[in-house]
Design a protein. Structure first.
Length: 428
């Protein structure tokens, strides 16, 4: 698998990016764009504490050795050496390799880590933030999905001597003294009075570079350590206490696009089927509602036991619709997170058509089970007044109140309403 397809880490080296910033690992440069169309919701970015600090001493004998001590990965080393990534300004400590043997040059590096930010790759939420064209940007290969925060501060001690022997001796003494001074004791650097150990250090030129602005001008090695002590509190004033960006986690656009395309493929391939499900649900609701509307004008002539079944089924349909909608929504989210696949949607749709209360099959079965209501309405509608008096079929039948009884509890009710139609009693 090529580097373009891998998730990788890159040192910031004085550069600044954002979650979603587009990056080209071929040139080790930011492309200038962003994968997202607006600022991400805070819930999409996790921030964790990772407080730590350490010192190390670099004798500036070779750039390779300096880069190794900073744990800079291979391809970035090449970019730094080739000049693709500039090391001026706050990162100039990377380019202080000795060029002659008569110069003493030792760098004391102080590294501090504070916070780690990481993008929560929850596709259900990120989907609405994507700029689709950014995924196809030919000038970018990756995007930032994580940032390590903190600071890196370097103090370089330097002095030019008349001969290489003296320079080598002083370099060795300085390096050993600084290493001794930075010995970790229970997590805290033990600061020694280096000047008292060797007066030769008092002529050293001291310069600072790194991620914080140093106000004090150090004159001694002890001054440098005292400044380093202040760095953690100085970081509290930078970027809400996070400090400066130290390292980027980069995620390949190709893999991000694959996830994004899964969403698009589901949308394009399955949207019609999912739309049909909701159309069928609405169709079923409409059929039941129309059935109830039809029953409404005949309700006085139909047993409440029969009509209660229809009303109860109407309520069940509403619940079934809600459950089906939630099932589809949850499954879509799982697919967008990469936790499920398209086959599960197919299974869910098949289950809907075969078993769900709101499916066309279930609606048709329910109507057949309650066909007696339609049969009774059809029988009662034969007494429609318009049809009887004018011989016309009005289409929409209405109860003929001059013939039909709303309520009959005794035979006397029938005789009182139909005094000249004694033949009706033969049905009792």
């Amino acid at each position: 698998m090529s580097g373009i397809d891998l998730a990788i880490s890159k040192q910031a080296i004085g550069r600044h990016g954002f979650i979603g910033s587009l990056y080209d690992i071929r040139s080790d440069q930011f492309e200038g764009g962003n994968l997202f169309n607006r600022e991400l919701a805070s819930s999409l970015i996790s921030t964790t504490d990772c407080a730590s600090s350490d010192f190390y001493v670099d004798e500036n004998l070779s750039q390779k050795d300096t880069l190794n001590k900073l744990n800079i990965e291979g391809s970035m080393k090449l970019s730094l050496m080739a000049g693709l990534v500039k090391v001026d300004g706050s990162a100039k400590y990377l380019n202080q390799t000795k060029t002659d043997s008569q110069t003493v040059r030792v760098t004391l590096m102080f590294n501090v880590k504070t916070k780690q930010q990481h993008l929560q790759v929850s596709m259900a939420d990120l989907y609405n933030y994507f700029i689709p064209d950014a995924l196809e940007n030919p000038n970018a290969t990756h995007c930032i999905t994580g940032i390590m925060w903190g600071a890196r501060v370097a103090a370089t001690f330097e002095q030019a001597l008349n001969n290489s022997e003296a320079a080598e001796e002083l370099q060795g003494l300085l390096s050993a003294s600084l290493k001794k001074a930075t010995v970790n004791v229970e997590g805290q650097a033990k600061l020694e009075n280096v000047e008292q150990a060797n007066s030769k250090f008092r002529s050293l030129k001291i310069s600072f570079s790194g991620d914080v602005l140093i106000d004090d001008v150090p004159h001694t090695v002890d001054d440098v350590f005292n400044i380093f002590k202040k760095v953690p509190s100085m970081l509290k004033q930078l970027n809400e206490g996070k400090g400066k960006q130290l390292e980027f986690q980069l995620y390949p656009l190709k893999r991000m696009a694959e996830i994004f395309n899964i969403i698009k493929e589901i949308a394009n391939h399955m949207i019609h089927s999912i739309e049909n499900v909701f159309e069928e649900i609405h169709r079923g609701k409409r059929i039941i509602n129309d059935f109830l509307a039809k029953i409404e004008q005949w309700k006085d002539f139909i047993s409440p036991v029969w009509t209660d079944v229809i009303h109860m089924h109407q309520r069940k349909l509403v619940d079934a619709e809600g459950r089906t909608q939630r099932d589809i929504a949850l499954l879509l989210e799982r697919i967008r997170r990469g936790e499920a696949n398209e086959n599960e949607i197919i299974d869910l749709l098949n289950d809907f058509y075969e078993k769900k209360l709101c499916s066309p099959k279930s609606i048709d079965r329910f109507l057949k089970e309650n066909a007696r209501i339609n049969a009774k309405i059809e029988a009662l509608s034969r007494f429609d007044q318009m049809t009887i008096e004018k011989g016309l079929d009005s289409g929409r039948k209405e109860p003929n109140l001059s013939i039909l009884l709303k309520k009959m509890t005794t035979i006397e009710d029938l005789i009182d309403n139909f005094p000249h139609d004694e033949y009706l009693l033969s049905g009792f």
